[in-house]
Design a binder for this molecule. Sequence first.
Ligand code: IPD
Ligand code: CA
Ligand code: CA
Length: 259
Amino acid sequence: MHDITSYLALATQLARDAGRYALNVQKTEMQVQTKSNMFDLVTDVDKYNEEFIRNAVLARFPEHSFLGEESGTHGEGEVKWIVDPIDGTVNFAHGLPIWCVSIGIEIGGSLACGVIYDPGRDELFSAAKGAGAYLNGTRLSVSNTIEPSRALFVTGFSYNIAENPDKSYERFVAFLKRGLLVRRLGSAALDLAYVAAGRFDGFYEGNLAAWDMAAGALILTEAGGRITHYDNREYSIYGKNVIASNGVLHDFMLEILTV
Ligand code: IPD
Ligand code: CA
Ligand code: CA
C-alpha cells in the first residue's frame, strides 16, 4: 500500500527547502557553467538541490527510484521521484524571479502526486491523483475562456531552437499570424501550473523532458485542464511535446499547431 500523503508531504518540504536555499544563493553569488550547448546553463545550485532532494528521498524511502535532470536515473523502484531542481535556470542565473523547483511522483508509470514551488512568490502548487490541485491550500481550477482572442497563451523554446526542432518556428508563427497573445516565461513547470491556476489559457512546447512536466501535468489535469501531444495522442511525460489547455481551447490549439 502506498502512502501518497507522506510522499506528498516530503515532496512539499523538500521543494520548499530547496527553493528557499536557491533564492538565498540567487541574492548572493553562484557558479554558472554550460551544458548541452552554449545557451544551456547549469549552476552549482541546480546540482546541489538535486543531490539534496535525492539524498533525502532515498534515505527515507530506499526502495524508491529517482530521475533527476542533473544526475539521471537511480534505482528501479516502482515509485519514481522525477525532479527538476531548478526549472528556469536561465532566468535564475540572470537574476530573474521566474523559476521553481518541481517534484513529480510516478507509481508504476502513472503520475500519483506532485509539487511545484516558486520561492520568489512563496507559491506552492500541488496535486494528488483524484484529489484536486491546490495553490497554497486553495483549490485551483483552469480558466473558462472560450474566445481565442480573449486568451493568453504561453510557450517555450528548447536550447537547440537554432535547429528548429519539431517545426518550432512554423508553430510559433502560426500563433503570431492569428494575432494571438503569446508569452514566453522560461519555466515550463510554471507554465503548466499557471494554466492550472487560470492565469494562462493554454501552453504548448516541443522537446521537453519528463522532469519539466511530471508535477505540472498532474496539477493541470487535477485543476480540470486537458493535456495531449501535438497529434492529440494520449499524453505521456516521456513524450516531449505538449499542449496543455483549459480544455475549451484545446481543439483550437491542436488545429493551430498542425503545420
Ligand atoms: C527549461 C525551461 C524552459 C523551456 C526549456 C526547458 P531548465 O528548463 O523549462 O521554459 O523552454 O525547454 O529546458 O533548463 O530551466 O530546467
Ligand atoms: Ca526544466
Ligand atoms: Ca532544470
